[in-house]
Write a protein that binds this ligand. Sequence first.
Ligand code: OAD
Length: 239
Amino acid sequence: MYSSDKTHVLVLTGAGISAESGIPTFRDSNGLWENHPIEEVASPQAFAKDPQKVWRFYSQRREAAFKATPNKAHYALVELEKRLGHRFLLVSQNVDDLHKRAGAKNLINLHGNLFRSRCTRCSNSYPDMAPRTMVPLCKGCGAQVRPDIVWFGETIEEGCMNRIFEFLRQSRGGKLRFIAIGTSGVVQPAASLARLIGFMGGKNYLINAEVSANGDDFHFFQKGLAGEVLPKFIEGMEL
Ligand code: OAD
């Protein structure tokens, strides 16, 4: 079995890393969930009840993400990836494409992709940049098309979790570090990664504007804004 004596770094990002790019977070005061209740816009039930409302919400988010540009924190992670190559994996809960636009390669979008849509009935999937006022219909089967987002009550794609577990398996025998950035630590399964990696003997770092709900699972906490803290943190990392 593959094992390594080198350092592997798993990074988890949340909405906080895109906040300095002007994209609102979910749970901060005036965050998205304060103004748009989850049950009205981010569940299969919400889509069944009022698909146009759901599309309006995701269209606004598409526009905001489209206009935004990556910030220093996104670029700092790309520098780290360049140093580590395949010993680096970035797992993002964000559905914007700012990591990708910054140049991230080993990237998993755990909660889906704002710029992709998929059929509610068949397996058709569409790259989709346009804000929508009407509910689009599938070109294959005619059913309604929905944003390709993992909503509340839905499960993460199995392939994503398998890639994470495979990465952790490959890290065995070497040093494992986990860095969580800009996430409140309340949504599963992402919120459990720190505990899992702690059990595996890894070292966990949290960089966030405040202590996250799962703060006890981290060995080090650096309070601050991702764009200010992360570039220096990464520059000083011994790998
Ligand atoms: P949250 O909005 O829950 O948490 C964002 C965290 O980032 C908070 O702890 C903030 O204090 C912190 N923060 C804000 N600005 C920051 C900055 N500039 N630098 C560093 N930290 C900052 O967002 P997530 O944890 O990403 O899922 O939320 C997880 C998931 O819940 C999302 O992916 C979304 C949501 O429901 C879906 O929509 C499926």
